[in-house]
Design a binder for this molecule. Sequence first.
Ligand code: HEC
Length: 212
Amino acid sequence: MSIRQSTFLMRHLLSIAIVSVSGLVAWNGCSNAPEQSRRANVQYLKGTDGVTYLKIGKEVADSVGGVLKRNLMKAMEEGGAVHAVEFCNAQAMPLTASFSKKYNTEVKRTSDRLRNPGNAPDDMEVQVIADYRKDHSEGKKLSAKVAIDAQGRKVFYAPIITSGQCMVCHGAEGDMTEDLRGRINALYPTDNAKGFNIDELRGIWSITFKTI
Ligand code: HEC
């Protein structure tokens, strides 16, 4: 075997080893923590394997995120926070769905601290969010990832971090006007997405590519 071939083989074996180790860690987390029993074994793609999906995923997340943010800010300017909440309530999911169709993907925003139960995470997303939360609490830089789901489809994930703009509707309950708090609680009786600070992990993008 030439040196080049054996280097290639070593790299390949190494990436398999890394994937299996991360799988084991995920499973351990599962068996040790019954409350997290919904977590799935997530196989993140390593090295160059996920590069194309990372690139397309970022483009899709940026364009959906950009449209959502622009519309949200416009609604805030036009009618204030309560109006903007109503806008989000009515438009966020259809807007996301229209991008799913446009890019032949399933575009989703999800979280472990949900506002809209319609955005609930699946088992893989539960694990991905837990991985990001752990890295974030350890001060590590969070970056986008690609994994393979049970059907062999590639899934792009990226963290959603809070900024000052989010605080009106996701910040401390005590800082909200009576009106706004009332509207949010009426639309989302199980809301768990208040009380965030700036620069916290609010949730994730999850973009499933339908064609492999
Ligand atoms: C005007 C109020 C408002 C502002 C400002 C706002 N959000 Fe939200 N957010 C909502 C509402 C209402 C929902 C539920 C509807 C939906 O989007 O599905 C929501 C849902 C979400 C979700 C989907 C997960 C879930 O819990 O349902 C994410 C992620 C999110 N917001 C992140 C952010 C981020 C990041 C910012 C700042 C850039 C932000 N939001 C600013 C009102 C707001």
